[in-house]
Design a protein around this ligand. Structure first.
Ligand code: NAP
Length: 482
């Protein structure tokens, strides 16, 4: 297996052709800030041309028979599978994931593509009973789902391959064209995915991966009237800005959260500790599903806290490329400083630091806080870093009330052996998914995924993304009177 050398000048995937531009963007390894490659810096004019090409691509894509779409997506999945090491190495090099985390992401991206190929054959409609209305006795018909046209996909840095696969897979399965604008700091994984589709003989113009800054090309993409849907994954601020500007088009918004986990006194404590530590520190806490707040029943608070801090202290932080490392750096030193400032604000306002709180460049140690007052930023906002807050609560109802007392609602976890309590939490927690005896950080790629409140709009998870990327078309036959 040949792993790409550290320094690569990659072209962007412009309507099915690899293209360069005079201006480029430098990509760095956040671990040591070394330069690992460059990508073209696309301009507004590039984006306008790309949209024109994608309009032609939408017609080509819609005309691809389902068996052909399945064949192409499966071939792309095969390519990723054969080159798995190269993909994992790229994710880990440009992003902040460890090699183990990156390898898991590649496995999931292959799954995402395989499920997309499968779902292509299940884009079904229904017959309609027109004769339910008097005067329509002699009508029969049905609806089927058809592709909406050109989709704009904007993706974040933290899962630079699989979150892109979650947009390209369903878009092609459902006969659309798609333009991807990956995060500026992690474009290489998205370009590698484009390579898989090029190798799979996807017709030109159906897919573009355009590298460029959101601030430069974002508006052109999201405001264009020929873009029929903006499928965005990223932070609340950018999501709100895009929603304000997009105009009359579909919006898919996969935004952030500050997910809760509830640990009741009948829980398997060792299992709860293992799951919540992993949920809090996976990808250095840069994970939309990451556990940020843990509500622990008072009677087990001391023992849970001791076990949690002990387990956290065993976390191996260091070189991303080592198989022994549990946690790498944040995506940049700037992000690590942002997290450091948020923790310091909490401590100044009275929070107790149980472990962590140390920064070294882009690295921030796994950090556990308790006694966090309500008036500090991290009590209510998303941290997006390796920081977790422990709170004692009297009972389940108190935990549910606190869990819901934020403006986000992506997923939640509850640890209990009591089915009645589990179902009470399922009924009352205002989130898009509840994991019983696991942390919020659990997902398979086929399940509906998305949040309530500021965590988003719509759902991904291939079948559900396809639903958003297609519209029903009604067909009605007026028959002669018999
Ligand atoms: P971000 O800063 O919001 O950026 C996400 C993407 O949006 C990037 O490609 C960015 O481009 C682009 N962008 C920013 N402003 C834009 C604008 N005005 N118009 C068009 N595009 C714009 O997020 P991030 O820091 O990469 O990712 C972290 C956030 O994503 C967290 O809040 C996390 O919770 C959320 N997230 C959610 C999910 C989910 O499925 N719910 C999954 C993963 C992450 P540039 O890179 O060029 O700025």
């Amino acid at each position: 297996m040949i792993i790409e050398s550290r320094m690569t000048a990659r072209k962007m995937f412009f309507a099915g052709k690899w293209e360069n531009r005079e201006q480029s963007i430098i990509i760095r390894d956040p671990q040591d800030n070394s330069i690992i490659g460059t990508v073209p810096a696309a301009t507004k004019e590039d984006m306008l041309k790309c949209i024109e090409e994608a309009k032609k691509g939408a017609k080509i894509s819609a005309d691809l028979p389902v068996y052909k779409r399945m064949e192409i997506i499966n071939k792309a999945a095969d390519y990723v599978e054969v080159n798995k090491e190269k993909y994992a190495h790229t994710i880990s090099l440009e992003g902040s994931k460890t090699i183990r985390e990156a390898t898991k992401e590649v496995t999931r991206a292959i799954q995402t593509l395989r499920i997309s190929a499968e779902e292509a054959r299940r884009i079904n409609g229904e017959t309609i009973s027109f004769d339910q209305m008097s005067g329509s006795e002699n009508r029969v018909g049905h609806y089927y789902r058809f592709p909406i046209g050109v989709i704009a996909a904007i993706t974040p840095f933290n899962d630079p391959l699989n979150l892109v696969a979650h947009k390209i897979g369903p878009a092609i399965a459902s006969g659309n064209a798609i333009i991807v604008k990956p995060a500026t700091v992690t474009p290489l994984s998205a370009l590698l995915l484009a390579e898989a589709f090029a190798e799979a003989d996807l017709p030109e113009k159906v897919l573009s991966v355009i590298t460029g800054r959101g601030s430069e090309i974002g508006d052109t993409l999201v405001t264009h009237p020929d873009i029929r849907m903006v499928s965005f994954t990223g932070g609340l601020q950018a999501g709100e800005e895009i929603a304000r500007k997009a105009g009359l088009k579909k919006l898919g918004m996969e935004l952030g959260s500050n997910s809760p986990a509830i640990v009741l006194e009948d829980a398997d404590l060792d299992d709860a500790v293992e799951s919540t530590v992993s949920g809090a520190f996976w990808a250095a806490g840069q994970n939309c599903l990451g556990v940020q707040r843990i509500y622990i029943q008072e009677s087990i608070m001391d023992v849970f806290q001791t076990k949690f801090v002990d387990r956290t202290n065993k976390y191996v932080v260091g070189d991303k490329q080592s198989e022994l490392t549990d946690m790498g750096p944040l995506i940049s030193e700037k992000e690590a400083i942002r997290v450091e400032n948020l923790v310091n604000e909490a401590i100044e306002k009275g929070a107790t630091l149980l472990t962590g709180g140390k920064r070294n460049g882009a690295f921030y140690s796994p950090t556990v806080l308790t006694n966090v007052p309500e008036n500090c930023t991290i009590a209510k906002e998303e941290i997006f870093g390796p920081v977790v807050l422990l709170y004692p609560v009297v009972d389940l109802d108190a935990a549910i009330e606190k869990s819901n007392d934020v403006d986000y609602g992506l997923q939640a976890g509850i640890f209990t052996k009591d089915l009645n309590k589990a179902y009470r939490a399922i009924g009352k927690l205002d989130v898009g998914g509840i994991m019983i005896n696991d942390s919020s950080d659990y997902r398979i790629d086929a399940m509906p995924f998305g949040g309530t409140k500021n965590s988003g709009l719509g759902r991904e998870g291939i079948k559900f993304a396809i639903h958003e990327m297609t519209d029903p078309k009604v067909v009605c036959f007026k028959l002669p009177n018999s």
